[in-house]
Design a binder for this molecule. Structure first.
Ligand code: NAP
Length: 430
């Protein structure tokens, strides 16, 4: 029997458990720890609430979670309730699947002003993450989004949608109410490079063209000559075709989503809170790298959301690559018995599905590096340790009760109304 602890119950964590179960059959016991009392990480609190088809992948994780040799050990914070060294003593393998829940910082003057928010916080707010429930962003006037990736698109779409357009989503009530009172007029997406360097995917970009009260605008002058699109990879070519369609449209709606290409944020200004973003016009060289031209201009803003990527917070005792913002590892191996998987291993890139081969790779490493029957006590030892410390563990059965209560509380047409406070989640276990 091998004992495996996975820290983090998001996609990378569940795919690692699935990989272990496929490889070792009933000769493995996997504990999936999470600091929240609810599972699924990024699927619950990262994927946009109006992207329910993507969120449906949690049903697959549920099938894994219900296997007899896989446990959910929720409401346990590694580093506070139990250390990595203790887990390495208890288990044959410990897998860090903690994702990348912290924002990369803009690092420009004024990025700490009130009203300047990282996407982890903004996305966590509308998705009901307990850490960000009290955010209440200013949603009046002009909003600026920094970054040209899919998270920027999520944020722009959520800001622009009407209440009716959230039908069928699981956006939390506090965000729906706050957005309902909103009067955002202009959303500007700042991309420091050009349309050919866009990190937005075509399907997600296309959604901006079908919003009830908002229309995307692209300046035709920003688009490279059409024949240069041929050199792009097929995905980027489709995204650029979408931008060309936006540039060719004369549709006007009350809210505009302006793409501002070749626009580098220089500093953020305001008295006490954000009032404007000072931007430097940029140009790209033959390799696609951006540099400033010296020409600057101001964009009014009462809200700035930086969507420029994420990093994995360090954990005491685990080798960390501060430059890359993730655990130091070689192909997922961090140290003896210690592994990293998913965004904690390779950074915040790829789709949810990218984590599947990643998780299976770690299962292969565990097979190669560890042996059967090492005498470790695994979950039984963890239970004893946590009980001795008075930690209130949440099981998968408990989560099913929490989920049933969330489903019962759903507004009409919505799959669930999430609990946003840890205490409320714990109380819902009955
Ligand atoms: P991302 O795809 O890496 O995009 C980050 C963007 O921020 C890039 O445009 C980057 O520009 C820009 N940027 C970085 N540092 C900057 C700075 N200092 N100043 C200005 N701009 C800066 O990251 P993401 O949008 O956070 O997405 C993370 C991952 O999740 C991606 O793989 C994404 O596809 C995925 N995701 C998918 C979906 C979906 O499929 N529906 C939804 C959300 C997220 P440069 O290119 O110039 O560096």
């Amino acid at each position: 029997m091998r004992h495996v602890a996975v820290i983090g119950s998001g996609p990378a964590g569940y795919y690692t458990a699935e990989g272990c179960a496929k490889l070792f059959g009933d000769q493995v016991l996997v504990d999936i720890l999470d600091r929240l009392p609810v599972p699924y990480g990024l699927i619950r609190t990262g994927v946009a609430p109006d992207h329910q088809s993507i969120k449906a992948v949690s049903r697959r994780y549920e099938a894994t979670a219900l296997a007899e040799n896989i446990r959910f050990v929720g409401n346990v914070t590694v580093g506070r309730d139990v250390t990595i060294a203790e887990l390495l003593d208890l288990y044959d393998a410990v897998v860090l699947a903690t994702g990348a829940p912290a924002d990369r910082s803009l690092g420009i003057p004024g990025d700490d002003l009130l009203g300047v928010i990282g996407s982890a916080a903004f996305v966590g707010w509308y998705n009901g993450h307990p850490d960000f429930a009290g955010l209440k962003p200013s949603l009046h006037g002009d909003a600026v989004i920094v970054g040209a990736g899919n998270v920027a698109l999520d944020v722009a779409r959520i800001l622009a949608k009407t209440a009716d357009e959230f039908a069928g989503s699981d956006i939390v009530g506090h965000a729906l109410d706050h957005l309902g009172d909103a009067a955002v007029g202009r959303v500007t997406i700042l991309a420091r490079r050009g349309p050919h360097q866009i990190a937005m995917t075509p399907k997600e970009l296309g959604e901006l063209g079908h919003l009830a009260r908002a229309a995307p605008r692209v300046d035709p002058a920003d688009l490279p000559p059409l024949d240069e699109d041929a050199a792009l990879d097929p995905g980027t070519r489709k995204s650029v075709a979408q931008l060309r369609a936006f540039a060719g449209s004369d549709e006007t709606k009350p809210v505009t989503i302006d793409f501002d290409f070749y626009a580098m944020p220089l500093r953020i200004e305001g008295k006490g809170r954000v009032e404007r973003v000072i931007v430097e016009r940029a140009t790209t060289d033959a390799t696609g790298q951006a540099s400033g031209t010296g020409e600057t201009y101001a964009i009014p803003a009462s809200l700035v959301v930086s969507c420029i990527g994420y990093r994995t917070p360090p954990i005491d005792g685990v080798p960390y690559d501060g430059k890359l913002g993730r655990f130091a590892n070689v192909d997922g191996r961090v140290g003896p018995g210690l592994y990293a998987v998913g965004w904690a291993r390779r950074g915040p890139t790829g789709t949810i599905g990218t984590n599947r081969p990643d998780g299976f790779l770690i299962a292969d490493h565990i097979a190669a590096d560890t042996s059967d029957d090492t005498g470790k006590s695994g979950g039984a030892g963890l239970d004893r340790l946590l009980a001795s410390r008075g930690v209130e563990v949440v099981t998968f059965g408990d989560w099913q009760k929490i989920e049933a209560a969330e489903i019962a509380a759903a507004r009409a047409g919505s799959p669930r109304e999430k609990f946003v406070a840890v205490e409320a989640m714990l109380a819902a276990r009955g």
